[in-house]
Design a protein around this ligand. Sequence first.
Ligand code: TPP
Ligand code: MG
Length: 740
Amino acid sequence: MSRTLGVTANFPAGARRMASQTKVKTAIFDSSKYHGLERDALVRIYRTMFLSRRLDDREIQLKRQNRIFFQISGAGHEGVLSAAGLILRPGYDWFFPYYRDRALMLMLGVTPYDMLLEAVGAKDDPSSGGRQMPSHWGSKRLNIVPSASATGMQWLHAVGAAEASLYYDRFPKALDQARQAPLGDSLTHHSDEIAYVSGGDGSTSEGEFFEAVNAACLRRVPVLFLIQDNGYAISVPIEAQTAGGSISKLVSRFPGLMVEECDGADPLECYAVLSRTISYCRTQRLPALVHAQVTRPYSHSLSDDENLYKTAEDREAEARRDPIPSFGLFLVREGILDEREMGEIEREVERDVLDATDRALAAEAAPADSVYAGVYSPDIDPTGPQFEAALPQPAYNGPGKAKTMVEIISATLADEMDRDERIVVFGEDVADCTREANLARVKGKGGVFKATAGLQRRFGSARVFNTPIAEAAIVGRAFGMAVRGLRPVPEIQFFDYIWPAMMQLRNELSNIRWRSAGHFKAPVVLRVAIGGYLTGGAIYHSQSGEVIFTHIPGLRVVMPSTALDLCGLLRTAIRSDDPVMILEHKHLYRQPYSRSPYPDTAFTIPFGKARVVREGTDVSILTYGAVVHRAEVAAAELAKERISTEVIDLRSLSPYDWEAIRASVGKTNRVIVAYEDMRSWGYGAEIAARIADELFDELDAPVRRVAATDTFCAYHPKLEHAILPQTEDIVGAVRELAAY
Ligand SMILES: Cc1ncc(C[n+]2csc(CCOP(=O)(O)OP(=O)(O)O)c2C)c(N)n1
Ligand SMILES: [Mg+2]
């Protein structure tokens, strides 16, 4: 394993002594031969490369001794990363690294001890507090946003972070507001900062990569994409990964994108290329992509054995391109280091690594009862009393019942945008008119449902803008903006098309706070148009599926059924500190029965508080969304039969109001969970299970579910009627339970 030790072995002591004696002591150092790098910088590169490798070797040893639990090395990538570390600015630029970035992290100021704390999973591991695998770098102090394990998601985050750079230039008040928010004290912004993002050749095959490059060029933002191409993605070689074998060739025609290639094993060449490209990003405020050819002298990770797919010759060839011996030899030949100095560096590195290892192995693990810390914000509790509406509670349908659900969205957003300059609204078709010059001549689109109508006209195109049809990018860019303190409120046009964003939602947005041990957060408010009953919506415009998202810890999910609730819950979402999904039912957007007067601009509704829509004593219906109205109609009908039905609108699905459920079941002893989604594995399953578990003694009848058929939603209205739960289904179920 320790080819690094070969660095020493490669240089017979005599030869090295000669080199040092004849050159170092006598030659005048000429930095122009090394792209302007001074001797110290060259030595620092070597030392960092060597340290990076020794840390990998040490971790590999620890893994074999079962003292750490996983290992991912940066071996072979050290050349380009050390060079990048000389140019990029820690705590100034923004970093979205991947797992091979060890040498860059060392250059930026992550210590060997920090790294080993992550490897042992210590409580004080600054990246994740023992929650993430090793090599998932993170540091609030250094602006290193912790990477997840999903390859290729980070490309989009960097674009969002770079968009935030330009935004803060333009809206300085937003930066002040971001700094006053929780975790905001250390937020930095500089007008020549850039976002650095890196990944392997394989990770450029994810659609997210192309979405990110496209968005970076469209928005003209300062991002450096560093592709570290080691020719393999685990066992898959580049010719099976990238058409034509070169990602830089594929993207070379993107407008505004500076594209360069370099030998990633040659730190000096990398330094020259990176100096140019980073300077382009900094000064032109535009994106650049550097494609560095590196090697992977070790297997993919300790779970992989490269002998299974690389021949001995392949491996030999890789070993010959190992950057550490070659750069060491270069320094000796150039007379920059002599044998004694090199030996000293190596011994010092060994000592540092040993010392860091001893300390890390002695470090405490996080206690088991800490696992819940950081799932949600410890600073703002959206269920708390500060979100209770100021009395008197506004009427749902009193006089002046002015606004539909869809109208109240733009009204609420406008008031919040007035108050909070951090808010940015974007998505497909959300702007009034992308071509600003035409704004005066057209009415404006403002969303396919008009939920964002007039916002671009009022707040400008920097705060309200259209995006490409790329849902992963919408959420991924929002993530990058939110970690930098903005309050993105993007829209997903149809729930049915949210799936490309699933990785961002499940693996990034929801858990960034938890996996960064509370150092980072991404409180994005994602508005999503959902649901059926459209008579013609069919499979791809009628989907439900809220339970897929309520199953994600860290993500709050609310689903209002009236304009007033939408207003209050949206405002709470914006003022809270967690990622929130607002599920807006399309069928309710314009229903007269969902209208409400617009309350004042401070109106909020706490999450996790249900609304008793109708009181009753015989049977409880727990429901939400478009089924609320159907339950109300059913209850009115049942009243004629002297069956008294209580209707509870949960409004907030995660968290949900268990106390309201308990109170209602305690009163009626008979309960139905009614929801629009498919019946099996649906939202009602969890509620029914918990009632059976905790309220068994209260029940006089089985818990019943009324829901859709376990099919897709069909186009023909008759079929849709048969598929989705209807008033008559609720009436039937209540009758049965009442008679049980
Ligand atoms: C989205 C996703 N798919 C699959 C994996 C499993 N996986 C982890 S690393 C990897 C290969 C990545 O190759 P490349 O991007 O070339 O980086 P390298 O490891 O070669 O530096 C794969 C398939 C993953 N982590 N994430
Ligand atoms: Mg690779």
